[in-house]
Every structure is written in structure tokens, then in C-alpha cells.
Write a protein that binds this ligand. Sequence first.
Ligand code: GN1
Ligand code: MG
Length: 367
Amino acid sequence: MEEKFTELANIFGLSGTIKDISVISNGNINTTYDVLMDEDGTERRFVFQKLNIFVFKNPKRIMNNIEQITSHIAAKLEAEGKSRDCVMHFAHTVDGKNYYMEEQGFWRISEYVPNTVTYNACDDLNKLRSAGQAFGNFQTMLSDFDATKLYETIPNFHNTRSRIAVFLRHVNEDPCGRVDEVQEEIAKIKSFKNLAVRLNELIDSQELPLRVTHNDTKINNVLFDKDTGEAKTVIDLDTVMPGLVAHDFGDAIRFAANTAAEDEPDLSKVSLDMNRFRAFAEGFIPEVASALTPIEIKTLALGAFCMTAELAVRFLDDYITGDQYFKTLYRGHNLIRTRCQLKLAEDMYEHLGEMNKIVSEISKVPF
Ligand code: GN1
Ligand code: MG
């Protein structure tokens, strides 16, 4: 591996020698490494990442999206007299590209944002509030970005209706003979369906506007300052494309306000933590509220239910089609993930009224 990484370092014009390589294992799609380099006694850290080209069919265009988004944000920060340190910065190859493509893979390298840390789970309400602010601010920073300049990296990514349709087609086809054992989960998804597609209906009727959104707002996509505990920046920009604010808010709640991990097998541990919900909402909503329409605010909590139901569908779809999309650590991992998301979606359904009450209180929009 060291040899490969030395070759990559040379291609990207990084000087120095590699001292240490470790895997960053919290993503379900790409393969990521933390690489420590030594340049004449000075240590520098980089993130080397191999993109999953089964998932991202056109990685060059993704890197073009990222270039545009990061430049837009950096220019805005500079205009406000703020430091651009916290904007992700990608290394360029000697021929000026922010990626390197070879037969065996698609690589990119970014500088490790110094003095930061990520969390896979977080029950510190101050950190959650700060993460909410960071995702809200990301949204605001891109509010004037021309969405037509962005390539849609995964078409229909948060199109819950199309996700369900594709899933039901696979249920009929049963390509791996796994459909029999998941009848209970299929029934649950069918019972959720009408509410889960509510956001689609509001897009169709043009009641909800599309904006440039992050679309993968897991708490482990936030870098926190090691010393202050404040959220410093938002990473993982592969899915930045047009979407709903409710998708970003909802997906963040799905992950951060779950009392258990996303793949917890013991369902009695899985539930929605209303304190964490409130903390994230207190950070996120004030950042975005002034730019949003009342109906966008009124559908934020619904977004949490829809994103959780949608991911249950995506995990189960991957299970019945042979585990090709998400990385799995053991046989049945996607089924365990499905059950966990279904349990969480049920709990969210029961707490919709309570969530809406909190959103209304924070946003001062009457429901
Ligand atoms: C994937 O790669 P990662 O872990 O950031 C997925 C998200 C899911 C998430 C579930 C491109 O994100 O949509 O919500 O797993 N990303 C893609 O953990 O499909
Ligand atoms: Mg991701």
C-alpha cells in the first residue's frame, strides 16, 4: 500500500515521505485513508480517497461540482473578511486536475483540516446544536449558487417515490431469492408509503422549492474543532445537488437523534431522542429560517420521517438485490440496518406532532 500511496503522492505533487497510513472506516461508500507525511521533519496529514465508481458513475463531474462549490464558499468567506481555512481543499495533479483516474480506480486527495475530530455518535447537545448550525450555514452559503451548474451526481437520490418504485420492482423480480424472508419488512414499507412520498407530492405541486443541498448530512460529515468542540466545517460533498431543505434536516436527525447506531441489531435500543432533536433544530433552523417559506419550515420534521423510511427502503433494496451498493461487514448487515431504520421511522411517526411543536417554537412559524 505504501508503494501505491507514494506513487499517488508523486502524481499529486506532494513532497515528502509517507510515515503512516490508516483507514478511516466510517463511510459506507468510498474507501478513505488518513495519510501522514513527513517533509523535512514537518508532518502533514492528508486524506486519500478512492471513489466508489459503482455508486458514482461520473466521478470527474463530481470533482467539477466540488471545485465549484468550494470556490463559491471560499470566495464568500473572503469577501466577508473571514478565513477560508475551513473550506475543503483538494490537491491538484501536476497537470492541474483535482483527481487521478487509472484503470483500477479514481483517486482524490484533500488536506486534513488540522485540529479537528469527527463523531459517529454524539450525545453532547452543544455539539449537536453546533452541527445544526454548520449544516444550516452550508445551505445558506449555497443559497445563491446557480443549481443548473451542478451535475446531478446520483439521479433521483432522494426521490423517495422512485426509490420505492424501484424497490417494489425488485421485490417482484426477487433476483437473489431473499424476498421470502423479508415479508414483514416489505409490509411495513407498504404501510409507510403514503406518508413517505408526501414530499414528492409537494415538489410536484410546486409548493416546495428545490435548493442546492448537501444530501448526506450525517453527523460524521461534520469536522469539530478539537479544542472548542465547535463544528468547523462540513465534508463529503459528493452528493451536493438540488434537493429539499427537509432532506438535509431530516437526514441529519435520522442519524444524530437516534439513540442507537444506524445498524444496531437490538431494536429496543433504537428510538428518537427528542433532546437531540431539539438541539440540532436549535442550531439549524435559525441559520436558514429567514430564507425559507412557511411550508418548508412546516415539512422539516416530516423530512426526518421520510429520510428514515427512504433509507430503510434503500437498505432493503440492496439486501434483496445482493448487497452491491452499501459496504457490508457481515451477511445480513443490510437487513439489520433496514430493521433499525424501520423502528426509528415508527418512533418518528409517533413523535411527529412533538417534533412539529418544537420546530414551530424555534422558527416562530405557527403550524
Ligand atoms: C452513505 O458514504 P456515506 O456513509 O457518507 C450514503 C447515504 C446514506 C448513508 C447511510 C452516496 O453515506 O445516502 O444515508 O450511507 N451515500 C450515498 O449511512 O449513497
Ligand atoms: Mg457520503
